[in-house]
Write a protein that binds this ligand. Structure first.
Ligand code: CA
Length: 232
């Protein structure tokens, strides 16, 4: 994650200043809001990565604000409040806050909480990215980001055309793709004899991914139409 933005919502000038100075010294990007109304506007327009939220705001109750933000955003919220009662803490967490700091807090504690939250955020984002970039079908695995394909975790040595073909079929798993569609996607245009080349590339690809090429498990031929990757 590059240069995350933190939204600081705090009506107390001294505390806001302390947090701002701390964030500035530690090279964090931040925006500030002095009340709930501004906080909502800033959250909508800047889509911050973390929200540091004081519960006691002049216009909107902090718990209500958390609920409002949670109705459209999953941005981590760290509550900062002078209220030290456990019920407020529980209410804030129940409303959707992720963490809680009680005033007075030390700058070190604030930084530690931010690091923990960023670590969690990074982890979730990476997991999401990985999920979208890895295709798994039976023993076949394609890592789109790395540009590698595997059968049973053994890397396949595919030519660029074979790899493109495999990706095209996997991204359309379950659908029959016509010869015209495939050749256009792979070679950019359609020429009559491309179907013959396609057949050749399909045969070499199958040799690499199918256990028995006479009974293909992954790529089905639809005679006169095209090919389809079967969802196993
Ligand atoms: Ca306050």
């Amino acid at each position: 994650m590059n240069k995350p933005t933190i939204l600081v919502v705090e009506d107390d000038y001294a505390v806001r200043n302390l947090i701002s100075t701390t964030l500035k010294t530690h090279d964090y990007k931040f925006i500030t809001a002095m009340n709930g109304e501004t906080a909502i506007l800033e959250a909508v327009s800047h889509n911050p990565d973390i929200i540091l939220l004081d519960l006691g705001l002049p216009d909107i109750d902090g718990i209500q604000l958390i609920k409002k933000i949670r109705s459209w955003s999953m941005t981590p919220i760290i509550v900062i409040s002078a209220r030290s009662e456990d019920t407020d803490k529980i209410d804030a967490l129940d409303a959707g806050a992720d963490d809680y700091l009680t005033k007075p807090f030390s700058v070190e504690e604030l930084l530690a909480r931010l690091r923990v939250t960023f670590r969690r955020l990074n982890y979730v984002q990476n997991a999401e990215k990985e999920m979208n970039s890895i295709f798994i079908n039976g023993e076949l695995k394609i890592d789109y980001a790395a540009g590698c394909a595997y059968i049973n975790d053994k890397e396949l040595h595919l030519t660029p055309i074979e790899y493109k073909l495999l990706c095209l079929l996997s991204k359309n798993v379950g659908k029959v793709l016509t010869h015209t569609f495939i050749t256009k996607e792979i070679w950019g245009n359609y020429v009559e004899n491309d179907v013959a080349s396609l057949r050749v590339f399909m045969a070499t690809l199958r040799k690499k991914i199918e256990k028995d090429t006479s009974m293909p498990q992954y790529i089905q031929t639809h005679v006169g139409v095209g090919y389809r990757m079967i969802k196993l």
